[in-house]
Design a protein around this ligand. Sequence first.
Ligand code: SD4
Length: 336
Amino acid sequence: MKRRHFLKNTSLIGVGIGLGSSLVNCAESPKGKSTSAASTENQTKTKLPFVIATWNVPNATAKAMEVLQANGNALDAVEQGCMIEEANAEGQSVGKGGLPDRDGNVTLDACIMDKHGNCGSVVYLQNITHAVSVARKVMEDTPHVMLAGKGAEQFAISKGFKSENLLTEASKKAWEEWKVKSEYKPIINIENHDTIGMLAIDEKGDISGACTTSGLAYKMGGRVGDSPIIGSGLFVDNEVGACVATGLGEEVVKTVGSFLVVELMRQGKSPQEACEEAIRRIVTKPNSNYKDFQVGYIALNKKGDTGSYAIHKGFTMTKFQEDTNTNMQAEHYVKS
Ligand code: SD4
């Protein structure tokens, strides 16, 4: 990517990826007007390549676009884009600096999927920053799809990944403060989320996706969410499209959300319609307490249309296409 473009883009949406940034909420079109992901979908002429990601992650999408614009493939783009967030020790959401479980352990989940439908995943990985890259190694260098815990860590070390303490002073302090009351309330929204999910479509029209997370802050020891589960946190079908999820993983797993979105697109729904239907599946369940949790999906199809939808206001998607790196508010189910 040309440096000039990066500067232009960052001036549009800001380089800050700190949680709660005042820029998080901005939903500016290239002309500076407010927009939503749904309305943008209809206005944007598809130009390949492009990348989309959950939440406000301009540095991550910029990195992915840099890879794509240098004729890199979508798989390299999503891996390298996600690595930006994993390495950011100040973001208490992913990789280094991620908030720990209730015992003070930072445990990471990640997965990656390529244009052939190959996939790799790690769950409950400790002491390794780049969980997404370990997932890629699982995909490429083992006969397996998923490695967990100690086995995943030993595999990573055997592949040359550095072992390091991921619990930063800031995250340790937050955990110690949390322990005073020890109340588990997985409130996930703009100011508090734990995941980056990214989908890219390269110059050739091939699609890949990745998802990486430190999981829900103060979860039970051993808890694994949707993010490393192929079909729940992420699904890619290069013939149809791809989807990635964020939010309360338990609810995504119960509806195999990302696979559902891709299958709905296969049946003819647009990415926007498919994301909306997948959210409807969650909120219309008998006794759903959806008012108390957030789930959001982003999706793209082979034509290059995109969509995003969430239960509650506050979910955003970052999209880098051509010269423009934009953060957009997703449409949402709960209107008030
Ligand atoms: C999980 N889906 O572990 C993840 C959390 C998340 O923004 O997306 N937080 O359930």
